[in-house]
Structures are given as C-alpha cells and as structure tokens.
Design a protein around this ligand. Structure first.
Ligand SMILES: [Zn+2]
Length: 442
C-alpha cells in the first residue's frame, strides 16, 4: 500500500450542490478564497483556505490559482468526435448537411490511423476548453470507438461513446447490418465498458437510418446490460420529423419510435428534442430519459429553438451539448452564450447560476453521473477547470465593472471561450495548462 497522495488547490471556488431553479441561493457554495483538498484524485475536503490551511501540514503540496475561478469540469452531453474536421461547413440544414459533409467525413474513419489522429486532437481540444466528461458519437467503424476510448483512457477522461448503428438511408461505405452492428457493439462493450472511467453507449444514429430490425436489436442490447447508455437524436429538424413519420406510420410521434423499441430509460440521452409535444416530454420524464440541449447546433443548422422552460416544468433531465461539428464551438462557455440567446427568443431567461449548473452538475445529473462528478462534495472525482476572468482585455475590463458573483458569471459565459481556460484538471492532475505568453507572464 502506498501512502495517499494529498494535494491542495487554492483559488476562488464555486460549485453546485442542487439546481438553482428549485434551490435558489442554497444551490451553490462559493469561497472567495477557497481550498480544495485532493486525495488520490478525489475530493477530500473543500472550504475557506485560511481555515483549512491552519490545520493542514505546512509541507502539503499546494497549487495557487488565486485570482482565478475554479469550477467542476464541464460535462458535454452530445458531441461527434468524427465531425471535428467539418465544424464550420457552410449552408445546409440537417439532412443535406449529413449527405454533403458528415457522411464523407465519417467515411475516413475506416482508416484506424486517421481515427487515432482525430481522437487525440478531439480529447486535447475538450481539455483545452475545460470539458472533462463527454458523451460522444463515434462512427460506424468499431476501430473509431477503440481510437476514442484509447485517447480518453490515456488522459483519464470520463468518456462515453459507442459505434454508430446505421443500416439504411446512408451511403454503402457507411452502412452496417442489423446483426453485424449488434455483434460489433457487443464486442466493444466487452472490451471497454466499465474500464477505468469509460462507459459504452448503444448508438443508433437516428430512427431514419436504422431498419426496424436494427432498432429492435439496439433496444434489446440496451435492456440486457444494466449500466449501458443509449444515445440518439430526436425531433431536431422539421424535415427529419416528417421523414421519420413516413418511415414509422404506426408510431404516435418521432419519440414514440424509440419508445416502441425499448430505447427510453435511465442513461438514454436524446439530442435536440425541439419538436416534441407534452406527451413526449412526459414519457421522457417518467422513463428517466434525458435531453441534450445543443443551442449552437440548433441555430447553425436552423433547426429551431429548444423549450428549456417546458422541459423543466415537466421535470426532465437536461444537459448541455456542443454537438460539434454542427455545433460551432467546443467551448461550453460559448454554448451557454448561445443557450441564453435561444431562450431569449423563447421569452425565457437563463440565469448565470442555472447556466453554470447546466454545464456542470446538471449535465452530470442528466447522465446519472452526479454521484461521481459535477461538484466538489467529498469523494467526488477531482475534475475541474480553472477560469481566468482577465483572459482577454475586454473580459478584464468588463469584469472590473461587475459587482456581484452572478454578474461575473454572466460575463464569463458571454465573453469567455477557450482563451478563458487557464488549466484543466482530471482526477486531480493537471491535464492541460495554458502556456503563458511573455506579456501575460510579466
Ligand atoms: Zn448530433
């Protein structure tokens, strides 16, 4: 037995212990000069720095981030790693976007070396943006899943991914079969699910690109293995909704297609959920299925405006997703910026507290990971991001005028991006640290 590795991190610290929508001010803890005590990659204690330091050994290794804001690592609940190279591709809505950009980009993942290269870049880019947990789509190629899990494992990130199931309405070079996709998924689950911080998600791309037989097998696989995730897309775009209605005329709604194949439940996560009705929303709430709200993607593809207020009223689990490559940023701060604007257009207000909750504990809750990550309660895995409120001249200037914590958080989510991330820690270790430019180092 080795002696436990203790380490402390000092700085301004904020985390959520409940949802601000229901708990208000009691939802978070804030320490202007806080100390996070870490033991073997987990949170041992959190409190005011002067108080904790007075009773901790003087030789305790300490990292000083005073002047910066420490938050739990961000949780991205919907992203496509294989679409990294098509971010910012012009001019299409969902179905044409898939044909023109997505499918050709995903075809390249038949080459494992290409997959490894993108997976490494993707994980580094998540960390550069302060994201430590992600639920990601791979491609139909089993090797694309291996590549992402290997890259995440090397960085000890919390990664959930799975092989895309797609046996119709796609180019031949990306088409699997119902039986083949099922067998490959099983082999990947065997190889990866539960290894270190990695978990597997059964991944039918969406109802239109799987045959009823593939949908049936996906639902069966998800039901057979407790603890598995299931991720897909639903009700993103009106053309897509009409297409699915034609393919599954027996279903009451698009969401009902998934329900009929046993694909709603705990750890099932559906991106977008824009064109749902209350019957759909209630069904998601009662089964424990979660929504991934992807504002940058919804605006970029012209898909529509997500109704967060209604989802909350009906008690749904909601996380935030970047949905790169249709999403336009890896930054959860920029994603919050766009979430705020989407909700303005819906006549709803997203408070800064609710926004940061959504990006941290709320996201973890939507993934049923809130016992592991999402805040700094003792025993949690010590994933956190260090934000620099003076990262750019404009941020520094605007921040100097901010009076309250709420106002400062709002400025961070509106003006912040990857430049704002000074460091990202995974399991208590620095996984990414911003290099200081000579001017800033002075
Ligand atoms: Zn997506």
């Amino acid at each position: 037995m080795s002696t436990p590795h203790l380490h402390a991190v000092r700085g301004e610290i904020l985390h959520f212990i409940a949802d601000p929508a229901s708990a208000g001010e009691a939802a978070f803890e804030h320490f202007a000069d806080g100390l996070l005590l870490l033991r073997d990659g987990h949170v041992a204690e959190l409190g005011p720095a002067p108080e904790l330091l007075a009773r901790l050994p003087a030789e305790l290794p300490l990292t000083d981030h005073r002047g910066k804001l420490i938050l739990p690592g961000f949780v991205d609940t919907h992203i496509h790693y294989a679409q990294t190279d098509i971010i910012a591709s012009h001019g299409e809505q969902l179905l044409a976007w898939l044909e023109k950009y997505t499918f050709p980009a995903e075809a390249r993942f038949a080459d494992p070396a290409h997959a490894r290269g993108v997976a490494d870049f993707f994980c580094d880019e998540l960390l550069r943006n302060g994201t430590t947990t992600a639920l990601a789509f791979a491609t139909v190629h089993a090797a694309s899943v291996d590549a992402l899990f290997e890259a995440a494992l090397a960085r000890r990130m919390r990664m959930i991914t799975g092989k895309v199931l797609m046996d119709r309405h796609c180019p031949d070079f990306l088409r699997d079969t119902a039986a083949g996709g099922d067998a490959e998924s099983k082999a990947l689950i065997e190889r990866w699910h539960g290894r270190d911080r990695l978990q597997y998600a059964v991944t039918p791309r969406f109802a239109a690109t799987s045959t009823p037989e593939q949908m049936r097998l996906a639902g069966r696989l998800y039901a057979e293995h407790p603890g598995l995730y299931l991720q897909s897309h639903v009700a993103e775009n009106q053309g897509e909704v009409a297409w699915v209605a034609g393919l599954y005329p027996e279903a009451r709604s698009y969401l009902d297609v998934y329900d009929r194949f046993g694909q709603l439940g705990m750890r099932s996560v559906y991106a977008h959920c824009i064109w749902l009705d209350d019957t759909d929303r209630r069904r998601m709430a009662e089964t424990g299925a979660a929504i991934s709200f992807c504002p940058t993607s919804n605006l970029f593809l012209g898909s529509g405006l997500f109704d967060l207020g209604r989802a909350r009223e009906l008690g749904l689990r909601v996380g935030l997703g970047t949905d790169v490559g249709a999403g336009t940023s890896f930054s959860m701060l920029q994603t919050l910026n766009e979430a705020y604007k989407v909700l303005q257009l819906k006549g709803q207000k997203l408070s800064a507290a609710s926004a940061f909750h959504l990006a941290t504990l709320g996201g973890a809750h939507s993934l049923y990971l809130d016992e592991r990550v999402g805040n700094f309660l003792p025993g949690k895995e010590a994933d956190f991001v260090v934000l620099d409120p003076a990262a750019t001249p404009l941020l520094a200037r605007r921040m100097a005028c901010a009076q309250t914590l709420d106002e400062r958080l709002f400025v961070l989510m509106m003006l912040g991006d990857d430049r704002t991330v000074a460091a990202t820690y995974v399991m208590g270790e620095a996984a990414w640290v911003r290099a200081l430019t000579p001017a800033r180092a002075a």
